[in-house]
Design a binder for this molecule. Structure first.
Ligand SMILES: [Zn+2]
Length: 326
């Protein structure tokens, strides 16, 4: 079939053609003459404009839903534009400090407890020896095991070391909190969402250190302020187990071979799931895409309901993929 005919056939069936094909078809039809469609950029007061800053489409795309897909408040007029928007979001996240630059100097736990008179030099030396011989376990655990301190004293010393509060474990409703962030983070990063105060302050508990990278990422993802603090070991582990058992949002885990794979995976998910709202943030080496499929929220916490959101968490197989970016 001659190219022009084929293009004209496609032209009659706009659902099957891409923006590029449409542009080519217009060029083929109008040649050097002025294209009657080209002045009609989708500049409309009623219809949303494409969120891709580099969108080259002059095509109205009347068949495409205007409600979705939406990434970070911006609608994409085509799959190609969605991919460019995803790439821009990933590059922005890659430039975030992440876990680097967040390590401040901290006084060693043993010294904090020594200076507070909780333990003696002798007890500290004993615990450090045991830790060294065993080659495992945290100092606080050894102090508790050797009965030099109790759990509460260790947690209070850790909170001084990390300059954060000791939180109360109750009230805690694992079902309502399950959609705060993926279960993977509860498990791998040791973070437990506890409760939301006044629909704007999310309490997140850790056991023996604060993951500031996770705190910042969750704040940006949910648009809530996060108050991070510690819980004593046994209470933390109990609540963590409850969280891991609660029904949580569907999550897809993926290791992308490279940046292109990551962009494709996120863009495809946004298109396929018809996201009405979505956000990309980075936590350590993971990119986390959350998609809202509806607006329903838990009436007390204001957090999304587990069935209304879906997560995709993606890491990059190529270690240098982020450094190699332009
Ligand atoms: Zn566009």
């Amino acid at each position: 079939m001659p190219v022009l005919t084929k293009r004209l056939r496609d032209w009659e069936n706009p659902r099957s053609i891409t923006a590029e094909a449409a542009a080519e078809a217009r060029a083929a039809v109008y040649g050097g003459l002025s294209d009657p469609l080209s002045p009609i950029k989708p500049a409309s007061a009623l219809l949303p404009q494409c969120g891709n800053a580099r969108c080259r489409s002059g095509w109205m795309k009347l068949w495409r839903s205007r409600q979705s897909p939406v990434l970070e408040g911006k609608w994409a007029c085509s799959q190609a534009c969605m991919q460019e928007m995803v790439l821009a979001a990933i590059l922005r996240e890659a430039g975030e400090p992440g876990s680097q630059g967040m390590h401040q100097h901290r006084v060693p736990l043993g010294l904090v407890m020594l200076s507070r008179g909780v333990i003696t030099q002798e007890q500290l030396r004993c615990a450090l020896d045991a830790q060294r011989k065993a080659g495992t376990g945290r100092l606080g655990e050894w102090l508790i095991r050797q009965k030099a301190a109790d759990e509460e004293q260790v947690t209070r010393a850790l909170s001084a070391q990390w300059n954060c509060p000791v939180l109360l474990g109750a009230p805690h409703d694992p079902v309502a909190m399950a959609a705060a962030f993926p279960r993977l983070f509860v498990d791998s990063f040791g973070a437990v969402p506890l409760r939301v105060a006044g629909r704007q302050l999310l309490y997140v508990a850790f056991e023996d250190r604060i993951d500031r990278c996770l705190v910042l990422a969750v704040e940006r993802m949910l648009g809530l302020k996060v108050e991070a603090g510690l819980l004593n070991g046994s209470e933390f582990r109990h609540l963590q187990r409850q969280m891991l058992r609660a029904v949580s949002p569907i999550i897809r885990l993926l290791e992308a071979a490279n940046m292109r794979g990551l962009v494709h995976a996120f863009a495809a998910m946004l298109e396929e799931r018809k996201a009405v709202r979505s956000q990309i943030v980075r936590i350590h080496d993971y990119f986390w895409l959350r998609i809202w499929r509806g607006a329903a929220v838990d009436s007390t916490s204001g957090l999304p309901v587990a069935g209304e959101v879906e997560d995709m968490v993606c890491s990059l197989a190529e270690r240098d993929a982020l450094q190699a970016l332009p």
